[in-house]
Design a protein around this ligand. Structure first.
Ligand code: HEM
Length: 394
């Protein structure tokens, strides 16, 4: 079996060329430096995401608790649980993120998007991450959790550091440990305050919730918050940031979106397919398994290469072409598949749609001020770290 170094490609084009080779060769390979088994083809990646019995998420909790970090509340959360516990925890929170909850939130997200877009366009030259793409989801999840707006400015640093845990180099360890401690203190304080005085926010809802007659412990609520806060900001910020890059690179798409608002959701689906914010699905094989005819021993770390699956020529015609409205567009695996399918998918799609509905009519062009994008560090989360742009008012 071939071994590939995912860190070797230096550009996005090179990375996708590497994925195409992996798909064409055996489909399953080993990845340096972690030694994980990686699946590059669509069917295999979907199997890894869907088959929770053979591909466990619970066994991943240890990767969220490397020896240099120790206990990490996120390791106790929904995303690293298998059934039956996963089913119980998910049932508790599903409703808040379903259609009724989202419909209630829509006016608030629209208002926030309009205000931020107005301010960004009036400045003309801005860092779109700072001014718009990160701030919108940050403010929304912050309010959903009932957090104090004056504390929101800390969240960016926290989410960047949390995203680095699985691939951190020693120089980053101390900063990440400090972040976990800071978040524990902050979120622990929020839980104590809401226990004393419950309100109409998601933290109070979680404290009131019962699973099979039992309330969640403070540690369980803390782990929910450790998951929800970064998950609610970082991935959606990358979706909006990647959408802005593609609008700049495809001015005809901006034209189409300006002419017909109904084009925006189609555009967003294709951004999700081509530039998935979460690039990999990680699992541990619970027994000896096979993918693409190749055996994987029990206990192995298995990676589904989502960014590769979304460009598998077996499913998508001319997969490297950016073509909103294409056939099978929504079959991408960017929100996962099966029981761990992204809880916030509806929220993320709504935020991205309302973000573009606010920005697009206000501009006649969006120009990137630097030819090369400065991407976020690490390979797991894909999107711009900063995005200096010029917004030409309509
Ligand atoms: C799960 C992607 C936005 C909360 C997932 C998974 C993916 C994903 C791929 C599955 C992980 C796995 O299979 O192991 C994304 C993307 C987003 C986004 C691409 C934005 C474009 C959000 C938002 C929230 C959220 C806005 C919440 C406010 C969650 C939670 C889970 C999850 C709680 C765990 C679900 C479970 O294990 O049952 N997300 N997400 N996500 N996402 Fe998202």
């Amino acid at each position: 079996m071939q071994t590939y170094d995912l860190f070797a490609p230096t550009t996005e084009t090179e990375r996708h060329a590497l994925y195409a080779r992996m798909r064409a060769e055996s489909g399953l390979c080993r990845i340096a430096p972690f030694g994980a088994y990686a699946a590059a083809r669509y069917e295999d990646v979907r199997t890894i995401q869907k088959d929770a019995q053979r591909f466990s998420s619970e066994a991943l909790a240890t990767t969220a608790e490397p020896p240099w970090l120790g206990p990490n509340p996120v390791a106790q959360s929904l995303v690293t649980r298998d059934p039956p516990r996963h089913t119980q925890l998910r049932a508790l929170i599903n409703r808040a993120f379903g259609p009724t909850g989202m419909a209630r939130l829509e006016a608030q997200v629209r208002q926030e998007a309009q205000t931020l877009a107005e301010a960004a366009v009036s400045q003309r030259e801005v860092d779109l991450v700072d001014a718009f793409s990160f701030v919108l989801p940050r403010n929304i999840i912050g309010r959903m959790l009932g957090l104090e707006p004056s504390t929101f400015t800390e969240f960016k640093r926290w989410s960047v550091n949390m995203g680095l845990i699985t691939s951190a180099v020693p120089a980053q360890h101390a900063g990440i440990r400090d972040t976990v401690k800071e978040m524990e203190d902050y979120l622990g304080g929020v839980i104590t305050a809401r226990r004393r005085q419950p309100g109409e926010d998601m933290v109070s809802d979680l404290l009131r919730a019962e699973v099979e007659g039992q309330r969640l412990t403070d540690a369980e609520v803390l782990s929910f918050l450790f998951l929800l806060l970064p998950a609610g900001m970082e991935t959606t910020a990358q979706l909006i940031g990647n959408a802005a890059i593609l609008l700049a690179r495809h001015p005809e798409q901006l034209e189409q979106a300006r002419a017909d608002r109904a084009h925006i959701p189609r555009f967003i689906e294709e951004v999700l397919r081509c530039e998935p914010p979460a690039q990999f699905a990680f699992r541990v094989a619970t027994s000896d398994v096979e993918l693409s005819g190749t055996p994987i021993p029990a206990g192995s770390l298995v990676m589904g290469l989502v960014a590769s699956a979304n460009r598998d020529e077996r499913i998508f015609e001319q997969p490297d072409v950016f073509a909103p409205g294409r056939e099978k567009a929504s079959q991408h695996l960017s929100f996962g598949h099966g029981i761990h399918f992204c809880l916030g998918a509806q929220l993320a799609r709504m935020e991205a749609r309302l973000a573009l509905e606010a920005l697009v009519p206000r501009i006649r062009a969006l120009r990137l001020r630097a030819p090369d994008i400065e991407w976020l560090p690490g390979l797991t989360i894909h999107g711009p770290r900063t995005l200096p742009v010029e917004l030409l008012p309509a």
